[in-house]
Design a protein around this ligand. Structure first.
Ligand code: FMN
Length: 338
């Protein structure tokens, strides 16, 4: 049991199971119940795209209901085998990956994977990636169709290089607005998060461009562009010269970015819900994101370290909300005092 992330098969199953017998009701910590873009979540914890398989994989080792939501791997129009190995390497502050969006492609996802998501007792978020606007729109149209009703929210991963310009959609406000508005139209009424890339310049303005183009919420953020070199071989530790850094090393960076975006959206009176994502390993990391304005809290690398981390984080977060004298975590969103 596990899921393939390149050179490593992450064997979650070896750590033992945490899945209650079917029909068992897990206690709900109502102080943590929240709403993201109009969708009710049991708690703010969201399994990040690409770190929980398509959803069923992580549900083999931790009850899906431990998460407020689970995000699928990013789905592209065509299936993708991904980059040449090695695709993942451990680093002292986290992990470096260059998976290259390996996924089964839209057709197989709709036929084989989507029906399996119906069994998961949580909110499912469908992640979309592509290289052209047409790629994104084709997947968005399918995800907006009633057939994909199990996907209550959609997330656009705009960190892929646009083949025509060589630039990432997430780097340029004009390209970003084009892809966001095209997907907004294709999705109908389904709420859409846009996931920003932390390597881009002027993120608060990009965030504003995404919201003005129709994003209902923002996920902040994707991995940080990074390199790791083996000095003996003089080669990259992964199959490409650079990849994306995730884990604790990027947490303070993501907190600052989210804080600045929250402030800018407030100033422009364009506030939308934000999902804080990057290096959350503990309830305190999650609380930091809440304080700077996050409604949802993403967990990525934490799930590779310990897939059952959400249990501890949920408990710790609930206790913190109580100690702060709040009746619901929503009262603490943006409560950071500079
Ligand atoms: C192995 C791996 C695969 C990932 N795949 C995707 C993906 O398919 N789509 C996407 O939007 N982000 C992907 N990400 C980025 C994560 O969703 C998340 O933004 C990033 O890891 C930062 O969060 P973390 O520090 O909690 O891991 C991936 C990250 C890792 C480590």
């Amino acid at each position: 049991m596990g899921h393939e992330v390149g050179n490593k098969l992450i064997r979650w199953g070896q750590r033992g199971r945490d899945v209650p017998p079917s029909g068992t009701l897990l206690p709900t910590m109502s102080r943590l119940a929240t709403t993201l873009c109009g969708v009710s979540l049991r708690n703010p914890l969201i399994a990040a795209a690409g770190t929980a398989g398509y959803g069923p994989e992580i549900a083999e080792v931790i009850a899906a209901s431990r998460f407020g939501a689970i995000t699928t791997k990013s789905i592209t129009r065509e299936s993708r085998v991904g980059n040449t190995p090695w695709r993942v390497t451990d680093l002292p502050g986290g992990m470096l990956n260059a998976i290259g969006l390996a996924n089964v492609g839209l057709d197989r996802f709709l036929r084989k994977t989507l029906p399996e998501l119906e069994d998961l007792d949580t909110v499912m978020i469908g992640s979309i990636a592509g290289h052209t606007i047409e790629d994104y729109v084709e997947v968005a149209t399918a995800f907006g169709d009633p057939v994909a009703a199990v996907l209550k929210l959609v997330e656009l991963n705009v960190s892929c290089p646009n083949t025509a310009s060589g630039q990432q959609f997430g780097d340029d406000p004009r390209l970003l607005a084009d892809v966001v508005s095209a997907c907004r139209a294709a999705l109908g009424s389904k709420p859409m998060l846009v996931k920003l890339s932390p390597g881009a310049a002027n993120l608060p303005e990009l965030a504003l461009a995404a919201v003005r183009a129709g994003a209902d919420g923002l996920t902040i953020s994707n991995t940080v562009p990074a390199m790791a070199i083996d000095p003996e071989t003089r080669r990259s530790k992964i199959g490409r010269a650079s990849g994306g850094l995730s884990g604790p090393a990027i947490h303070p960076v993501a907190v600052k970015i989210l804080h600045e975006i929250h402030a800018r959206l407030g100033e422009a009176q364009c506030q939308v819900p934000l999902v804080g994502l990057g290096g959350v390993l503990s309830w305190a990391d999650a609380a930091e994101f809440t304080l700077v304005g996050a409604t949802g809290i993403g967990l990525g690398t934490a799930l590779f370290i310990d897939p059952r981390a959400p249990r501890k984080i949920e408990r710790g977060l609930d206790a913190w909300v109580g100690r702060q004298g709040a009746t619901n975590i929503a009262e603490l969103i943006g409560a950071f005092e500079a």
